[in-house]
Unconditional design. Sequence first.
Length: 444
Amino acid sequence: MRDPAPLRRVLLVSPHFPPVNAPDAQRARLNLPYFREFGWEPVVLAVDPRQVPGRHDTPPASALPSDVTVHRCGALPAGLTRFAGLGSLGPRAWLHLRGAGAHLLHRERFDLVFFSTTQFLVFTLGAGWKKKFGVPFVIDVQDPWRTDYYERPGAPPPPGGWKYRFARWQAGRFEEPAFRPAAGFVSVSESYLGQLRARYPWFSDKPSVVIPFGGSEADFAGVQGDPAIAPAFSPEPGCAHLVSVGAVGSIMSGALQALFAALRAFRDEQPALAARLRLHFIGTSYAPSAQAMPTVKPIAESHGVGDLVSEQPARIGYPESLKTMLAADALLLLGSDDPGYTPSRIAPYFLADRPVLAFVPAGSAAEARLAELDFARIVSLPAAANMRQARDFFSALAADPARLQTGPRNTPFFNAQFTARAGTRRLCEFFDQSLAAQTDAHDW
């Protein structure tokens, strides 16, 4: 009997890795338990969590296999660099990651480097490592590095003043030399890959694949049976609780305006039923707890429904967020004004098995995903023509949450595309494809 083929080895670069609670570590964290099943041995390179301010938590045991090696490196102190506008982790940890990665690539055999982060400056390490050690790399495009979103008609003013202008210059200067040597590209959105094809003629020759963020049934099972983990809101008896878990940025202002306009119209029509509704927005800010400010509640108040809305800007832990979803009577999903954006919470919301009300732009990537999964009540924006759907949802939820249906649910499609295991299988197949394309190019 033949011995099984040796596992290929991937160095997974994820600066914001647990116990840091950051959304750009989601793919790395969810995929980690399944890499070996599909022929790859993962080794993680991350930043020491003591160098990363913000929320830290302990993920469910199912999320982090104890036998996966995680190497940690340092970073410049945030207080030392913030005055220069370099407080984000990418610039602070760039030199440390470069040194730690070079040490690993020199000392050990790796077949591939996989960058999975939104700390874009870290992508620039790939070209140097490839030149020095001959190891190809793949980039995970979770968000666009270079974007014209704030230059589009009707867009809000860009945040950050000169910091935004510096980040835009940096993206224009470094994106192409960082991306061009890559062996392939993974993305959560076809729109992001399309932007790169339109920008760079060479990009069409690169292997690329869309793999959405997944969800883990094991994580939900783990928190459901743990009485030590509490939801982030206290259900009020006799009320129906509609919950949004996750950051709500300025690019979701269109969805918020439509939501609260619909809620105000529903209250005007059925004030007694509307009085039973409670909308909870939890973890709305990416800022550290002391700096997190309400951004949702003021919009609700401007529509005259602020008394029905509560907001907790500070981020909550991953296990707590899952428990919060399970405690909700229904879940609220807000799309971005950027049509290419696909909310990372789609898969967890599906697994929570609660009715979902979604406000997303018509024709957007989010609308397409939700339509395929067929589990949410979709209000397409602009919502003037279909606001009735939102009011009907509010009415059914307030009247009897237990009788509100979750929808037909395309479970076979979810299992094939959105589970953590399925996503890892597709990612490993893409790793194999990217390496084969590199070999073919060298042979030619």
